[in-house]
Design a protein around this ligand. Structure first.
Ligand code: ADP
Ligand code: MG
Ligand code: MG
Length: 332
């Protein structure tokens, strides 16, 4: 009988991608099947991480303004997907954000200082996804201007989540939860009939890693086969001398942390690269523009928390998202 007896599951947690990664494969008893997925995570991190000097992304950046760099299929595809989202979002999401990320020292928020305006203007001038040249035949990437830098921080975990899903599926796994530091990817559901349940983190009571825990939450998502990715201004930030919160999602137009009236954005889509890129883009765009984007595109659901603590979920979430009682009061 369904639900009776303890279900077999193998789980492994590891630190990678600068966060905590957990993979739980249901209906499985051999822990060996989790080895290849974690190998794949490290392989992709080595290729895509702009902060490690010998990654392919760093090689592309080092050759900016000089020559195209031939890269692996993974790196080529990740850059290509990133460019597609840069185009679709009109540059709210821009994979050439690197010079601004480096200037703001986003990866080491403890060291954060507010840069001088001329430095922001100078870094911002290098940010332009339209100056990335892909050559499909050669599998090369070229940055037209010296000083340009790709940083895939806002899409890499999504891309890697999709890749891990593919590895697990090739191993015959039909039901799994992949959690890359809060980027969640689902294979199947809890059972054929039951979806997985995923708690949505409360931006006022954030968890340091992942979105599944007993801490205060906004509500519960009931989903299967898709990806759930959250971006927020509370993940990496520093408090400036003016008392303001300087967080890690930058507006390419201003060169400053985005101030669009949003506190948190969760996107639910079929693939995790989409959800990752769009959660970051929507954070930059703000609620109205994001809702317009969602209306004009198929297959995207989202839950927003505004800086004045309203929760707004897309209409399509009515069946799959239940607000916690007493939590801000949400609307669909
Ligand atoms: P997290 O890294 O916490 O999962 P995001 O997916 O929103 O959050 O990605 C934020 C990261 O992406 C930043 O740390 C930075 O490296 C990069 N980034 C910041 N702003 C942008 C932007 N407007 N477009 C593309 N990448 C960005
Ligand atoms: Mg993102
Ligand atoms: Mg993210």
């Amino acid at each position: 009988l369904a639900g009776c007896g303890k279900e077999k599951v193998v789980t492994r947690t590891d630190f990678a991608l600068d966060t905590v990664i957990t993979i739980a494969a249901y209906g499985q008893s051999d822990e060996g099947i989790l080895k290849e997925p974690f190998n794949r995570i490290r392989e992709l991190d080595n290729k895509l991480n702009a902060f490690s000097e010998d990654s392919e992304i760093s090689k592309i950046n080092a050759a900016a303004g000089q020559e195209p760099v031939v890269v692996s299929e993974d790196t080529f595809n990740a850059v290509k997907e990133g460019l597609e989202y840069s185009e679709k979002t009109g540059g709210a999401f821009d994979i050439t954000i690197g010079p601004l990320v480096d200037l703001w020292k986003i990866e080491a928020p403890g060291e954060g200082v507010v840069p001088e305006q001329p430095a922001i203007d100078a870094a911002k001038a290098f940010v332009d996804y339209r100056k990335v040249v892909l050559d499909e035949a050669a599998h090369s990437v070229f940055l037209e201007e010296p000083g340009m830098k790709i940083n895939l921080g806002a899409i890499a975990k999504g891309y890697i989540g999709d890749a891990v899903k593919a590895v697990l599926q090739s191993e015959g796994v039909e039901r799994a939860i992949i959690n890359l530091g809060g980027n969640v990817v689902l294979i199947g559901g809890k059972s054929n009939r039951e979806p997985f349940t995923v708690s949505l983190e409360d931006p006022e009571d954030p968890l340091s890693n992942g979105s599944i825990s007993d801490a205060s939450t906004l509500g519960v998502l009931r989903e299967r086969d898709n990806s759930i990715v959250t971006s927020g201004d509370y993940e990496r930030y520093f408090i400036g001398p003016d008392g303001k919160r300087y967080h890690h999602i930058l507006d390419p137009k201003t060169g400053y942390p985005a101030e669009s009236g949003l506190h948190q954005v969760t996107v639910i889509t079929d693939t995790s690269a989409d959800a990752d890129a769009l959660s970051t883009a929507f954070f930059v765009m703000g609620l109205d523009q994001a809702m317009t984007y969602i209306r004009e595109t198929e297959g995207i659901e989202a839950v927003f928390v505004t800086t004045d603590n309203r929760i707004v979920a897309t209409k399509g979430m009515e069946d799959t998202f239940v607000f916690d009682e007493g939590n801000h009061g949400g609307q669909y």
